[in-house]
Design a protein around this ligand. Sequence first.
Ligand SMILES: [Fe+2]
Ligand SMILES: [Fe+2]
Length: 292
Amino acid sequence: MPTPEDSSTLYGELLESARRLSFDLRDTESGVELDCHGMTPEWSPLYGTPTWTRMTESEQMRLTRREVSHFLGVAIWLEVALQIVLLRRNHSADPTRADVKFLFNECADENLHSLMFVGAIEQLGERHSPLDRLLVFIGWLFRTFAWDEVAYGIVLAGEEIFDVMQRDWSIDDRVAIAVRRSSQVHVVEESRHMTFARQKMRDRLRNVSRVRRHVSAVLIAVGAHVIAKGLINKGIYRDLGIDWRSAKYEIDRNEHHRMMFRRATAPLVEFLDREGLLNPVARTVYRKSNLL
Ligand SMILES: [Fe+2]
Ligand SMILES: [Fe+2]
């Protein structure tokens, strides 16, 4: 079992990796791109449904551009939330500690990611879609009340889901250049954040009671569920003239969409299982949200 000294060495190595391998895409302009997909079309929740099949290719491109703009909006929402919750919890901590220094670096990364995603949304010729009220409320609960392993667990859930999707987007030449480039950067930089979150969770869970582990596991599952559901936003379908009720009906029954989202959460589920954070209640939540 790793000791606190081992963790401290790991945080130092992560910081060193950040010094060597960090990117800043703020000045990269590729102009507005309209004749391409916003993301790998197979990641569209509607992919393969009757609504999808009825669309022309350019309508499908318009849809994935709108969808990915919303996905990136959710990513920004998560990046801001994680900074609020983690900075608040470390406000009075020793700033020379390796983990606190890495956290400062992670926040710097996240702010650049948010700007990079805003740039990608603009280069898709898109705009930000207002988030569901429920998502905004859950975000407030998370920012205000989440404790260590719950905060890191929910952050990790978001990072793992985006990691799997963005690995596909980053190498897909059907996808807009701005999305491809920002995905490449994000995959590299987030791999450090995920290592950090996993180690922080292990450290924090080392001597906790079974009750606390159980409650934390369920809350992380609820967080992952909220993120996955939050990616599907009725406003974007309505904006495109797609009847929301039939779109929702088709998405709920879309086996391809379920399979893609299960793929997106497979690494997370594997980690949670290893760390004893996949109890029967959590499993039920993951199954209900088609993440297991
Ligand atoms: Fe990020
Ligand atoms: Fe991150």
